[in-house]
Design a binder for this molecule. Sequence first.
Ligand SMILES: Nc1nc2c(ncn2[C@@H]2O[C@H](COP(=O)(O)OP(=O)(O)OP(=O)(O)O)[C@@H](O)[C@H]2O)c(=O)[nH]1
Length: 261
Amino acid sequence: MTNMRPPQKSKLLKVVILGDGGVGKSALLNRFVSNRYEENNFHTIGVEFMNKDIIVDNEKYTLQIWDTAGQERFRALRTPFYRGSDICLLCYALDDRDSLQGLGMWRNEFLNYADVKPDKFPFIVVGNKNDLQPQQRQINSDEVKQWCKELNISTHIETSSKTATNVTEAFTLALRQWKHMECVAEAELRQQNGDTIDLTRPIRLIQKRYCCSGGGTGGSSGRGSYADDDDDNDDASMRTPSTLFGQQRSATAAPSTNYRL
Ligand SMILES: Nc1nc2c(ncn2[C@@H]2O[C@H](COP(=O)(O)OP(=O)(O)OP(=O)(O)O)[C@@H](O)[C@H]2O)c(=O)[nH]1
């Protein structure tokens, strides 16, 4: 008889990165998943996703991270993919004041298409390009804090995809924020229902999904993209990218079995 424990299942969380074109969303994703940085990135068309396994506070997660096109003309291509998200990263660039001001629009667009409640959803604000010289900066941290306060967003971090500063930390923070909100939602439900949770009722906020990919370690990733302009996506498409995306760009497949409890 062996003493082997069954492998720990990882929770699958869908993360969406939003922000104006050129703030560095793709660079952030590539740095986090592949630890790579390219100076000259093409604009994203539609959406792309990559998977990354991460352990935070001794728990395993698979983040399915969706990088979206920041340019206005791609709006119809990206918005169908917001539904079913667990976490949203709102990105601006520290050398672009307009990109900070644009975050309100991004937040509203997300709330609208993801159909979630603003005060119950984990948003985190990410200021990218903090490697730039002070004279190139257009935004100081007080302005950002004020903006976050107005929108009731408690988490803000500065990153640099170029120098790999705070990139993993940004995703870790986002995860902790998600966990915190889950706990709050669970406590609220308990209060409403006494100590019993009625599992037959649909629970929007507590979306525990488990990924049976088995995973590998921090470096493992799946990747896909979608840039077709038909608007016929449904909820299922948000959760089963591996069956949908014929155009995957790397050999590693996304988790093939995702399901909700
Ligand atoms: N200095 C600096 N430049 C960065 C950083 N991250 C990205 N960039 C630059 O910003 C450019 C745009 O980055 P992308 O990642 O393509 O921006 P995006 O937000 O994905 O843009 P869209 O795909 O159009 O939405 C890159 O080509 C880099 O030159 C960073 O951390 N520091």
